[in-house]
Design a protein around this ligand. Structure first.
Ligand code: MG
Length: 286
């Protein structure tokens, strides 16, 4: 193509390629989700189906971007960790960030009707940021920070909404009751006043959702079977060393995770959908 006299404007584009050999974390976050949750009548303190919409959107992003080794979601945010040596979009920051953020948003909207009763009242919107971590320790600390955040918020919210919904306190009174309390106090309050052992609450609410690539074997399948690759939602503690020993593929040179035997008879819905999609695809090909 002939050069036009206008072509020089291309020179104004900035090179935003990310440094080599660093962990790339992209975190997206819902805009004004407090209002969004109220408008759509999310259950308090946790709406299981609304969290599934987030998780399905996270899975959608990981299906598209194969270099994401881990996703971590809680509340209205999701973090995605790209492997250190990814060459996706030549590591161009703006491209990576905008693709991930827009794909997450559109996947969220598309999966909404499958999980939620009420239609979307307006378009949800997410911001995104890129954070770079040079060391494995930095990356682990980042993820630990996000998981500690879930713990603090969820314990508070669980106690807060119990006081409001079951003890009839106003929002202000509940806030006052919890002001200055430590974790142990809130645990005690839940146990004494509501008979709740916080540690028995669903792990997804307490730990958030970790998405990892694993080969999965369905119940009853031979252990020698290769299984199928899927993005598996886990709700484990990632702060302790055990998690990293159990899933060495995250920090190691990239290999798909080892086979994971699903121990429940019924597959978690999020997995079932992926395996069904895969089977339908196969049936179409043959
Ligand atoms: Mg937010």
């Amino acid at each position: 193509m002939a050069c036009s006299r206008y072509e020089y404007v291309k020179g104004y584009e900035q090179d935003d390629r990310i440094l080599p050999n660093v962990w790339i974390v992209i975190r997206i976050d819902g805009k004004k989700f407090h209002k969004f949750a109220n408008t759509h009548k999310f259950e308090k303190p946790n709406d299981e189906n609304a969290l599934h919409v987030m998780n399905v959107a996270g899975i959608g992003v990981m299906q598209e971007f194969r270099d994401i080794v881990l996703g971590y979601g809680q509340s209205d945010e999701y973090s995605f960790v790209f492997r250190k040596d990814t060459d996706a979009f030549k590591r161009r920051a703006a491209k990576l960030l905008t693709y991930v953020t827009s794909l997450f948003s559109t996947s969220y909207v598309m999966s909404w009707p499958k999980w939620m009763q009420q239609p979307l009242a307006y378009a949800p919107c997410f911001d995104g940021r890129i954070i770079l971590y040079p060391s494995d320790e930095n990356l682990r600390d980042y993820l630990s920070w996000r998981q500690a955040d879930v713990h603090v918020n969820n314990l508070y919210n669980t106690a807060f909404w119990k006081l409001v919904l079951e003890s009839g306190l106003s929002n202000q009174q509940a806030e006052q009751r919890l002001r200055g309390t430590l974790s142990a106090d809130k645990n005690e309050l839940l146990y004494q006043q509501f008979g709740i052992n916080y540690n028995n609450m669903p792990a997804m609410y307490r730990k958030g959702t970790i998405l990892l690539r694993k080969r999965v074997l369905q119940f009853g399948q031979d252990e020698q079977d290769k299984g199928r690759q899927a993005i598996v939602p886990l709700h484990e503690d990632l702060i302790g060393a055990e998690f990293w020993r159990k899933h060495p593929e995250i920090l190691g040179k990239y290999v798909p995770g080892k086979q994971q035997l699903l121990d429940e008879k019924s597959l978690p819905k999020l997995l079932e959908q992926q395996l069904t999609d895969h089977m339908e695809e196969k049936a179409r090909i043959s």
